[in-house]
Design a protein around this ligand. Sequence first.
Ligand code: BGC
Length: 450
Amino acid sequence: MAAAAAGALLAVPALVAVPSAPAVALEDNPFVGAEQYVNPDWSALVETAADEVGDAALAADMRAIADEPTSVWMDRIAAIEGTERQHGLEWHLDQAVAQSGGSPLVFNVVIYDLPGRDCHALASNGELPATAAGMTRYKTEYIDPIVALLDQPEYANLRVVATIEPDSLPNLVTNQSDADCVAAAPYYREGVQYAISELYEVGNVYSYIDAAHSGWLGWPNNSSGAAQEFANVIEGSTYGWAAVSGFVTNTANTTPLEETFLTNPDLQVGGGQVKSAGWFEWNPDFDEIDWTANLYDLMVAQGAPSSIGMLVDTGRNGWGGSARPTAASTSTDLNTYVNESKVDRRNHRGAWCNPAGAGIGERPTVAPSGHAESHLDAYVWVKPPGESDGSSTEIPNDEGKRLDRMCDPTYQSSELGGRFTGALADAPLSGHWFQAQFEMLVANAYPAIS
Ligand code: BGC
């Protein structure tokens, strides 16, 4: 149990509506003035990857990013204690304290185990069913033990930045034609409310709610629906907006930060607006800079404090390499113009699994400049580059992971307009190291690594 909650229990007067908040004031932007935790597990994977690679220049680029901060994923109950793939939370927190040397340090962690997780996909289906019993286990066997660890006094000086439940609330906005998402909806809402409230009581946790990416929520219907959903969940929780530092977009996705050569959705080319091209399907938010700026305004209009900030996962949205366009197209055919100008080389913006051609994006950056309207707290690497999004064929496992055809390169999906997925072949289970993908990501980094 968190300290503030225990204190509140002792001193509760008869008619107090809101439980007492933590004593320590949170920073406006926790990344400012702080180093970030470097996950030794990930660094070791990168060093091994570099050892295995024949190309000396590529190996050097890998080693050059081995000490970048990446998030620690609590992707199942067993991850708290530690699994064969990663150390447990207490070990990571102890390492973080050692790395901090007493100075401010951000510890990036992902909260990812809701009942009925990944309701519209299969690659990261979780261990907890979308039932009342699953909800109870989420609270008592997952959130409570995480909070109990974070609440230890030796971790009080860490700035814990929590990415809250990737894809969960966005699935409630756009995938309510999927029975699994309908069944999961009440548990997602209750689970997110429970998570942010319990984490807030720790006193040094900054929760950022996952807000998908521009290619998912950018359409006006979706963005307004998302803003309403986020606001309802946050405002219906114990501490309301006080428990939320902002939003994180593009988690584990490859949507570019900026479509450098496509900046005006209303520009007329060949008799149509750029946003009406097949690639954008009338979605006016072309990239994560657009989406964070749009989301900020929508959330403030919903009642969020103006102090909220945005994080963007830039671990894999670089799209560099020789195939990257260097100027806007001169074509007068709209679709040719967009296809030749865009930096995103997926087959479709909805292709999310191990996309071929992707690269490492911006290195983790504190308070990035140049995009004031996006209110960016940081670029972060939430999905550790090199970890798979899902297996390309069925692989038996005890992690609740299944074959999602979006990860199968031979599959043509109706959700991608009938196109092939563009996923890499021979992919291991989600979260497992995928050497070929890592080599591609480093080779296609943008900005280039060296
Ligand atoms: C997987 C997790 C993994 C995470 C980071 C998710 O897709 O389901 O098991 O920890 O990605 O790689």
